[in-house]
Ligand binder design. Structure first.
Ligand SMILES: [Zn+2]
Length: 438
């Protein structure tokens, strides 16, 4: 069995002008609180060797395509503004790496924490971080805008790194295109936030090399079938899934590269999110139909599709499935500490008790997950990976995911206040009876 990927996942972006790409990604970085008005700069190398780059001294929260500066190959620039004062290191990276055509730099708080602590985030905490970021270098301090900083950063990229933390400064990621550079940036920032939060619970556990090898066997190579024209029920589910995934992205519950959603269509078929597509820009046509264990021809379902298949076959009452990596939930997940829902009635009623299962169960022991989940245990944690949420419908599963994230955030807050008091068995019994919980 093997993993199959779409050949060119970013086809829909390749026709976008570099200035529009820069505006799009800068808006995203600002909107999701990964830069301030004044911080951060992005660039894209043009086919003619010139560089499109963000301007100096312009509000990053309201950039337009006309604000983007073009630095010609001869060094002269065109546009209404001066180029970013940090452009020397962008140029130095392009010089050092002919294979790189996009550079992203910003000062997101969690990565600045690492930059100030003199450390890089641990890539062995979550498999997705290692897959996307591969390796992270740490570059000593240099004056912003100086050729000294430029040559330090360029030598790191020249050595093959694509993601670099700058001492007492921020982070730089680079790739063949801006969307891939953004994925590296967001994935590393996400991982950094989880690692910082996990410290409140006493630290985190890593994945062993053996577990990583087993995890990599997750596969989506279902045989193909030719689908017929979709009926209205299928179209409605596709629309709801796209809406809920975008909403989950906006709520910070999933990232561009992580988060699986599936909804049952009928007894033998379900719809599932695609593998490798940026969750922010999903559309109805990207969702994959799986019928009788076959995937829609030419489409690439999530690598959890076999698990979903077995889950839906075993549980008639389950019609929706989410595998997500909400950061506060993940602090409990990577630390191996129980996320105890018994702190307020709402949390216990929706979440019930949440068991932690080993990461191997995602590839080697689906039955363990399938048997663990039930009407009285609709959620389960997969250690160092994510939280599985089921529901009678997608809205219920989404609600449970949101409640789990709020609960995790509240417990982390209580930890910081010095005490977490949970409801006792008698109170829980009373809730089970009063709300007729299964
Ligand atoms: Zn900077």
């Amino acid at each position: 069995m093997k993993e199959i990927k779409p050949e060119s996942r970013d086809q829909k972006f390749k026709y976008l002008h570099p200035a529009d790409q820069i505006v799009m990604i800068m808006e995203r970085i600002y909107r999701y609180e990964m830069t301030t008005t004044s911080g951060g700069n992005l660039s894209v190398r043009d086919e003619d060797g010139g560089i499109w780059i963000t301007p100096a001294g312009v509000d990053k929260g309201s950039l337009t395509r006309k604000d983007i500066v073009y630095i010609r190959k001869d060094g002269e620039h065109e546009g209404e503004h001066r180029p970013s004062s940090e452009y020397p290191f962008h140029l130095a990276i392009y010089e050092a790496r002919p294979d790189i055509d996009a550079v992203l730099h910003a000062h997101p708080p969690a990565l600045v924490s690492f930059s100030a602590a003199g450390k890089t985030p641990d890539l062995h905490m979550l498999p997705n971080t290692r897959h996307i970021c591969e390796a992270v270098d740490f570059v000593p301090y240099g004056l912003p805008g100086s050729t000294d900083l430029g040559s330090k950063i360029a030598s790191s990229f020249g050595a093959g790194f694509n993601t670099v933390l700058l001492e007492n400064h921020g982070v730089v990621t680079a790739s063949q295109n801006l969307f891939e550079a953004f994925k590296q940036f967001e994935t590393l920032d996400y991982s950094a936030r989880i690692q910082v939060k996990a410290q409140v619970l006493g630290g985190y556990k890593c994945i062993s090399a053996e577990q990583m090898t087993i995890y990599d066997q997750k596969c989506n190579d279902l045989p193909e079938f030719i689908s017929e024209a979709p009926v209205s029920k299928e179209k409605a589910i596709r629309r709801e899934m796209v809406h809920m995934m975008r909403r989950s992205y906006d709520q910070g519950l999933i990232t561009s590269t992580d988060g699986t959603f599936a909804v049952r269509l009928d007894k033998d078929s379900f719809l599932i999110s695609p593998y490798g597509y940026d969750r922010k820009y999903l559309c109805e046509a990207d969702i994959v139909l799986v019928k009788n264990g076959h995937r829609q021809a030419g489409k690439y379902p999530s690598r959890s599709s076999r698990l979903v298949l077995e889950l839906f076959q075993a549980h008639d009452e389950v019609n929706a499935f989410i595998l997500a990596h909400a950061p506060n939930v993940m602090a409990f997940n990577v630390s191996g500490k129980e996320l105890n829902s018994r702190i307020i009635p709402e949390a216990y009623i929706l979440l019930r008790d949440i068991t932690i299962l080993p990461i191997e169960s995602l590839t080697q022991d689906h039955l363990r997950i399938v048997n663990q989940l039930s009407a009285s245990q609709p959620l389960a944690m997969i250690q160092n990976n994510g939280i599985l949420v089921t529901g009678e419908n997608l809205l219920q599963a989404f609600d449970r995911l949101e409640v789990a994230e709020f609960t995790a955030k509240a417990i982390l807050g209580a930890h910081q206040l010095g005490c977490v008091k949970v409801m006792n068995d008698e109170v829980i019994e009373e809730l089970v009876t009063a709300f007729k919980l299964p």
